[in-house]
Design a protein around this ligand. Structure first.
Ligand code: ATP
Ligand code: MG
Length: 179
């Protein structure tokens, strides 16, 4: 008999929209299957995201979302801001503890790829934790520019490709769609 249950490592990356929302969709599906879900957001957005309230409606014991970043991180600068790095390290400390504890069935590391690509977190640390995680725990890593060592290790990698985005026509972020 083939083993039917397996903890998976999923990566949602690429420049198109849909990475975080795909992870939230899996989270919703998992809650419906009685799994406990944790999402740690490494980079906090500038709006109050609908998913924070939606997860609370499901219950903190079922779907917990923790925004741990500082909002917008300066991009294009050589060296990341020390305060941003500190926040990312704190988020990683917490997320890796939760991942290794087996307390949650699905752990979503939102925008962790972004934190790694901006050199705020070493990919080796993440890889080491993924190797040591309890077998049955599922993990999702989101964000652009996923590190090759992580996509290599992952069971599933999906790249969002931008075909069209309303932003190109000057249409700004919409409530319920973007935040
Ligand atoms: P979402 O959270 O909507 O699934 P995402 O996680 O794929 O988006 P991020 O890189 O986290 O994308 O970007 C966050 C914000 O930027 C979202 O509000 C999203 O709508 C917007 N965004 C995503 N992709 C694009 C794009 N290609 N052009 C313009 N804005 C985008
Ligand atoms: Mg995102």
């Amino acid at each position: 008999m083939p083993e039917t249950r397996k903890g998976l490592v999923l990566v949602y990356t690429g420049p198109g929209k849909g990475k975080t929302t795909a992870a939230l969709g899996v989270g919703l599906r998992a809650v419906g299957q009685g799994l406990k879900v944790l999402m740690v957001q490494f980079i906090k957005g500038s709006w109050h995201y609908g998913e924070l309230d939606a997860a609370r409606m499901l219950g903190d014991d079922k779907f917990r979302i923790l925004p741990m970043g500082r909002g917008f991180v300066k991009v294009g600068v050589e060296k990341p801001d020390a305060e941003d790095v500190r926040r990312v390290e704190e988020a990683w400390q917490f997320a890796s503890e939760q991942l290794l504890s087996g307390e949650y069935d699905l752990v979503i590391l939102d925008e962790i790829n972004y934190a790694i690509s901006y050199k705020m977190l070493e990919p080796e640390k993440v890889l080491a934790a993924l190797r040591r995680k309890p077998e049955m725990v599922h993990v999702i890593l989101t964000g652009r520019n996923a590190h090759p060592a992580l996509t290599e290790f992952a069971d599933l990698v999906t790249e969002m490709r931008e075909v069209k985005h309303p932003y190109q026509h000057g249409i700004l972020a919409q409530r319920g769609i973007d935040y």
